[in-house]
Design a protein around this ligand. Sequence first.
Ligand SMILES: [Zn+2]
Length: 296
Amino acid sequence: MVFSVFFAISALAVVGPFAAFGQQARGFDSSRAWEHLRQFVAIGPRPSGSPAIEQSRKYIKDQLAAIGLKTVEQAWDDQTPLGRVHMVNLIATIPGASRNRIAITGHYDTKLFREFRFVGASDGGSSAAFLIEIARALKARKNAVTMEIVFLDGEEAVIEWRGNDHTYGSRHYVEVAQREKTLPSLKAMILVDMIGDRDLGIRRDSNSTKWLTDIVWNAAASLKLSNYFLPAPTTVEDDHLPFIAAGVPSVDIIDLDYDAWHTQRDTLDAVSARSLQVVGDVLLAALPQIEARISR
Ligand SMILES: [Zn+2]
């Protein structure tokens, strides 16, 4: 398993200069994203309200600062079945030609398990790592619209996924945006979750907005990556639902078909840099069409 991961990175390193030739010089660099993922896993379990998630926040803010991005903290205390928990969404804005926005989001908390050590390499780690690297790629890109990178806290249930015990961060983000009347300029939301699976297979979520899902899956097809972005349907409850309920077109890019899901096996062995690269390439290929659609 370690060999394959090594091979994937080596292969990318070899292919990189050729792939970049004649195209946009800068794209999504999975070797950077992989290093972020490794750092998150090294921090250990990162449940909401823990000292370890505070350490993750510091890491995210430091990485964003290093590429010239300011991080805004959206902090609050939320009521959970385990009492009040301090939560923080992190938001970085990359100005574009238009003030209309696309939010690229994902969660950075990991689910609380007391019975085993859960480091969430894919579930929490992959999305957070991906967002740092996509922020770097978008900072170097000419964006037609403003890009907002949102690291969501509290996606995971503190006990069990029912009632309101989940998606604390996305619900809070939407509540604040509604109160501050900033939602009308948010034209699309792209959610990534559990995209590290080394056996990547992302199915089309029927809760997601159809036109946005079509653009993303068509971009994957144009890159000949339909073996990862599968035509098969699924139905997922995740951080996109509060946005959809508020009228923001949203798509969830998630691989829930993951053996190690919510187990102590969600470690570096179960994920790969190649999977992060696939999602990064597809998202960057889809963006021009999403920008065109929301600008017309
Ligand atoms: Zn989870």
